[in-house]
Design a binder for this molecule. Structure first.
Ligand code: AMP
Ligand code: ZN
Length: 137
């Protein structure tokens, strides 16, 4: 039995404040919003993280992320957005079903930049790190 809470939202088993649904994805409001219009976009199929999402689902999924962002932009006229996903427990991922957070941002909202969530300056030269990544297959 699938106990994944976002699979249950995708199947309609549990309710959510849905914004829209496509063949591949659903956008709905976060139940504990950090900002007005805080929205989650999930693929309908279960994938734990971005790496698990089948290649053919990636395009339709990101199209839904773009569409949700554009709808929120029109409806709520924020000054900007913070967009992203937590991948793995260490990053703060609590729900093991891929989800894209759309966080509308306003001047003076007390938030920070996405990259400020970590402060772990590399000790290796960037060229060495880049070479390691390039060599990975
Ligand atoms: P994360 O830490 O990236 O795994 O975030 C999971 C997010 O899902 C949190 O912001 C929760 O508030 C949100 N969430 C959990 N359950 C629900 C639900 N039933 N409906 C809407 N959002 C949810
Ligand atoms: Zn799931």
């Amino acid at each position: 039995m699938n106990s994944c809470i976002f699979c249950k939202i995708a199947s309609g088993e549990i309710p959510a404040e849905k914004i829209f649904e496509t063949e591949h994805a659903i956008a709905f409001l976060d139940i504990m919003p950090r900002a007005p219009g805080h929205t989650m976009v999930i693929p309908k199929i279960h994938a734990e993280n971005l790496s698990d999402l089948p290649r053919e689902e990636v395009g339709p999924y990101f199209e839904a992320c773009q569409r949700a962002t554009d709808l929120i932009k029109k409806a709520l006229t924020p000054d900007g957005f913070t967009l992203g996903m937590n991948y793995g427990r260490v990053s703060g991922q609590e729900v093991d079903h891929l989800h894209f957070h759309i966080l509308p941002r306003w001047q003076g909202d007390g938030g920070h930049s996405l990259q400020s969530v970590v402060s772990n300056k590399p000790t290796e030269d960037v060229k060495i790190i880049a070479e390691k990544i390039r060599k990975a297959t």
